[in-house]
Design a protein around this ligand. Structure first.
Ligand code: SF4
Length: 237
């Protein structure tokens, strides 16, 4: 079983495997998860480049695999348009959004709280309402300082498996896959962004760390919104 398997120390595979071998490995991980979890296997699609790859890989395994998108009122217009296009192409993508009132500029005064309300809560809702037993993400260990310790198969919440099938891909290999398969991407990449998020918290940034443009000027700089670090099943508000 996927969950019982110890898939550790993948760091050395980042350099060891070539592009084609990584694609094969990712497909195999998704295939095995689909055999094990069936309808309970769902892709978390953030509408970024990595999600576009993961979504395409999952569709190669089975067109029946479903997905969810968590969006917020602060997503840039380009992302909102891309989301509308993707949902019309793939009606099996369900959108979750928390419209409850929050203090003005909470993203400045308390970005952790803002992400908790606008991103983590709708993710919990998606997991619950879609009956998710295994979710697939586009996490990569070369993305930045906060992403070096993830594993390909994780169980942060007992009973909810997280599969990170492209964990060992380089940024370059993401673009390689997208180009070779002519996959449409979020138009913000053409403007120079390398990591996408909500408009007030995302800037164009250069350098080694792909996520350096996220939450610039706050304690959260280059960090995480919480969906990969906080519990999704057993939690206290
Ligand atoms: S990314 Fe920024 S605006 Fe979006 S939920 Fe997090 S803190 Fe709020």
């Amino acid at each position: 079983m996927l969950v019982q398997e110890k898939i550790e120390n993948v760091a050395k595979l980042v350099e060891k495997l070539n592009f084609a071998e990584k694609v094969e490995r990712s497909l195999e991980l998704i295939e095995r998860a689909y055999e094990e979890f069936g309808e309970g296997l769902v892709v978390a699609n953030s509408l970024g480049k990595d999600s576009s790859v993961v979504w395409h890989l999952a569709k190669r395994v089975s067109p029946n695999i479903r997905g969810f998108i968590v969006t917020t009122r602060f997503k840039p217009p380009e992302t909102k348009q891309f989301m509308a296009d993707e949902v019309s192409r793939y009606p099996e993508l369900q959108v979750f959004c928390n419209d409850e009132e929050i203090p003005e500029k909470l993203y400045e005064t308390n970005p952790d709280r803002c992400c908790e309300i606008l991103k983590v809560r709708p993710t919990r809702q998606a997991v619950k309402e879609m009956g998710v037993s295994c979710w697939i993400t586009g996490l990569r260990c070369t993305e930045g300082r906060t992403r070096t310790n993830f594993k390909e198969v994780e169980e942060l919440d007992k009973g909810l498996i997280k599969l990170n099938p492209i964990l060992i891909w380089y940024e370059r290999e993401i673009w390689q896959y997208l180009a070779l398969n002519q996959i449409p991407v979020n138009p913000l990449y053409a403007k120079g962004y390398r990591s996408l998020g909500c408009a007030p918290c995302t800037k164009i940034a250069q350098g080694v760390d792909e996520r350096a443009g996220r939450w610039i000027g706050t304690s959260k700089c280059g960090g995480e919104c919480g969906i990969h670090t906080k519990p999704l099943l057993d939690y206290q508000i």
